[in-house]
Design a protein around this ligand. Structure first.
Ligand SMILES: Cc1cc2nc3c(=O)[nH]c(=O)nc-3n(C[C@H](O)[C@H](O)[C@H](O)COP(=O)(O)O)c2cc1C
Length: 367
């Protein structure tokens, strides 16, 4: 069924196609009860409480697909167990010049350099407040620093804190996006010292506001499955995160490099810079999940994201240590029924392996 729609969408520029999908999603949202009947999978073996929040199913929508929280009802109606909106920044931003999203069809991948385009924390917080009043499901907010190379040092921290102040009261969790590859100034907060300062500032603000909002941290993928923490910085970040009271890790963001691609190198070169997502990330993000699970001795939960296209990909991440999952690129290539297929497939796999509940499989193959 998706094949026809996909042909139409794939004939357009990747961002235009996404804009059309969002527009359509907003139009059909009022019939969400009908959609839910077609798409939702409900089974107690998939329901979990993670980081203090209840999730009816483990697969969520990854950040970047609904930056402005415009179609949240629609995503839940498609069967996602949770939705992460954003990235949200303190100031509204138009992002990088277009075109800025590209498909690598042969690799089942996307490259994007959106550059944190969003309506800004204040406006998005209003939408989130209304959504929260209706309790439609767990909603996370992905926060990043406003895309402006002039905002550095203390101002960068204050920028994050400002977004937190607006958004955190209206979300079920916050994801600190310290790994966006698409800013001119680079990923300044994946430096351990800067990360520790940021985390302390956010935790202080959270305490001042009297909030219990769980803080998750989203990391970059490793260069390759075999290249984890070569310089020791990742290990330091992991220890700092644990000591700093985070709820868990999101592994991973897109990759700035072009490792493992089969697409024509001229095509890849013509696209230019941007974050790579989809199939080329499957193994790399799973390797990071496994590393985080081992390093943290399974004590902090992990959201596994990167190159999930089917239930086997999803299950690999669960066995590596992920309690929850997210997807974006797989949805573009496979269409909306993939969510149901993955949830049903996970049920089949836990039955095959004789787990009574999905959570029992978490980290089984991590050590
Ligand atoms: C077009 C696009 C925009 C994205 N924007 C964000 C973002 O704003 N914040 C973020 O943390 N991740 C962002 N991501 C990364 C995804 O959330 C996800 O971590 C990554 O794409 C790997 O998952 P996937 O292979 O299922 O797409 C974006 C990804 C894509 C494709």
């Amino acid at each position: 069924m998706y094949d026809r729609l996909k042909r139409v969408l794939f004939a357009m520029d990747a961002e235009d196609a996404h804009t059309w999908v969002l527009r359509g999603a907003r139009m059909v949202q009022p019939w969400r009860a009908l959609w839910r009947q077609a798409f939702a999978v409900r089974d107690p073996r998939l329901a979990q409480k993670v980081g203090g929040v209840s999730f009816s199913t483990p697969l969520g929508l990854a950040a970047g697909a609904d930056k402005n929280a415009e179609a949240v009802d629609f995503w839940f109606a498609l069967g996602f167990g949770f939705v992460e909106v954003g990235a949200i920044t303190a100031r509204p931003s138009a992002g990088n010049p277009k075109p800025r999203a590209f498909r690598l069809i042969e690799d089942r991948a996307l490259i994007n350099r959106m550059g944190l385009n969003n309506d800004g924390a204040e406006r998005i917080a209003q939408r989130l407040r209304q959504l929260k009043q209706r309790s439609i499901g767990p909603i996370g907010a992905n926060l990043a620093k406003t895309h402006d190379p002039q905002i550095l040092g203390d101002a960068a921290i204050e920028d994050f804190v400002q977004s937190f102040r607006w958004v955190a009261p209206h979300t079920d969790y916050i994801a600190l996006n310290v790994s966006c590859p698409n800013t001119a100034e680079g990923k300044t907060f994946e430096d351990p010292e800067a990360f520790a300062t940021l985390l302390a500032a956010i935790q202080q603000e959270k305490a001042r506001m009297g909030l219990g909002t769980p803080i998750w941290v989203k990391l970059s993928p490793p260069q390759a499955s075999s290249h984890l923490d070569i310089d020791g910085r990742l290990g330091e970040i992991v220890d700092l995160g644990r000591a700093g009271g985070i709820a868990g890790w999101i592994a991973s963001n897109t990759a700035p490099d072009r490792a493992g691609l089969s697409s024509d190198p001229t095509l890849v070169a013509s696209i230019g810079r941007g974050g790579l997502s989809g199939r080329p990330l499957t193994q790399r993000s799973t390797a990071l999940v496994r590393y985080l699970y081992r390093r943290g001795e399974g004590k902090l939960p992990i959201i596994g994201v990167g190159g999930i296209f089917d239930a086997d990909d999803a299950y690999e991440k669960i066995l590596a240590g992920a309690s929850l999952l997210q997807m974006y690129t797989g949805l573009v290539y496979e269409g909306p029924f993939v969510i149901k297929r993955i949830h049903r497939g996970l049920l089949r796999l836990i039955e095959r392996d004789r787990w009574g509940h999905l959570s029992q499989a978490v980290g089984y193959r991590a050590m």
